[in-house]
Design a protein around this ligand. Structure first.
Ligand code: SF4
Ligand code: MG
Length: 323
């Protein structure tokens, strides 16, 4: 069986200007990402803001065209699909349930809308389908006729989840699904997502800067830095035996909470680089406490080390013996 979701050498380059009179320069937001997610898995995607996570998610959802490479669902390239066809297979759940729900529509209308837009099934069956999904998502029947502002934050996120799942997608992209919620309801929503995954046979890509959430939810984790996956492994391996110095830094939380603000990392002693002018060689060398001379010149190649896929010269015997 092919993986339910796969990307092959995915690239996305934007031409950006850094000042009104400056020439445009390429920004490689996604710079060669190949990964596979199998049915029922939860792939955690972590990395600081600016690393390209959001662009990657937009490509998966068909909202952004890649400049190179393919996204495949069940082995079929989505470049051949219309946006609607992609939406039937991949649905997003966003961070902010406040802004993503239309305040003028009732909950019932909001959850029914994808069915009517995509013409799924017989209109006479929609109400029953929506009520079943609301029930699965822990929403009482009476909120069918309520408006978003009559609901709590947690309930609104349940509505956003029901709206995504009513389409019966194969893959759900959860982009910071709980970071706008009170801590007290975060775990309820995470547990709901886990229950729904088991019940409905879903596959998730979970984008989060919260490493505890990812450890709790994900079956495997991909660590992203400047448009590339620098380390990927099953969750236990990644958390207990990180191989890439950037993963180690993330887990030790020695990174600045606000990258891009020009504040050096407490212990790494440098800031997040400008993605328009990424450092040569290994793009992490400007912050890496273990950088060697070769790191400033040569980009590391992907290696398999004890079950993890990692891009770092420290694990490359041929480089180390030459250094
Ligand atoms: Fe650090 Fe060099 Fe490994 Fe890059 S390749 S993470 S600079 S040791
Ligand atoms: Mg982002």
């Amino acid at each position: 069986i092919p993986p339910v979701l796969e990307t092959r050498d995915l690239h996305c380059t934007f031409q950006v200007r850094q000042g009104m009179f400056k020439p445009k320069k390429p920004l490689h937001a996604v710079n060669g990402i190949s990964l596979k997610v199998h049915k029922g898995e939860v792939l955690g995607l972590v990395g600081e803001s600016g690393c390209g996570k959001s662009t990657f998610a937009r490509i998966l959802l068909g909202l952004q065209k890649p400049t190179q490479g393919d996204v495949l669902i069940d082995g079929q390239a989505t470049s051949a699909f219309t946006r609607k066809q992609i939406a039937r297979r991949i649905q997003p759940i966003f961070q902010d349930p406040y802004s993503s729900l239309n305040p003028r529509k009732t909950i019932g209308t909001i959850i029914t809308l994808p069915l009517s837009v995509h013409g799924v099934g017989d209109p006479a069956s929609w109400r029953g389908t929506v009520e079943r999904m609301m029930d699965l998502c822990g929403l009482p029947k009476r909120v069918y006729d309520s408006y978003p502002n009559q609901l709590s934050g947690g309930q609104r996120q349940r509505v956003a989840i029901a709206r995504a799942l009513v389409m019966q997608p194969e893959v759900v992209i959860c982009d910071e699904p709980t970071s706008a919620l009170d801590v007290s309801v975060q775990s309820q929503i995470l547990n709901l997502l886990q229950d729904l995954r088991a019940e409905l046979g879903l596959t998730y890509v979970l984008i989060s800067h919260n490493l505890a959430v990812v450890e709790h939810m994900a079956t495997s984790v991909a660590v992203m830095y400047l448009g590339r996956i620098v380390e990927q492994a099953d969750t236990d391996t990644l958390y207990h035996a990180p191989k890439h110095p950037y993963t180690e830094a993330l887990l030790a939380s020695v990174l600045t909470p606000e990258p891009g603000k020009g504040v050096p990392d407490a212990q790494l002693g440098a800031t997040f680089p400008n993605p328009i002018n990424p450092p040569p060689g290994c793009t992490f060398h400007t912050r890496c406490p273990k950088a060697m001379d070769v790191c400033r010149k040569v980009a590391p190649r992907p290696l398999i080390v004890d079950g993890a896929e990692v891009e770092c010269h420290l694990h490359d015997d041929s480089i180390r013996s030459a250094a």
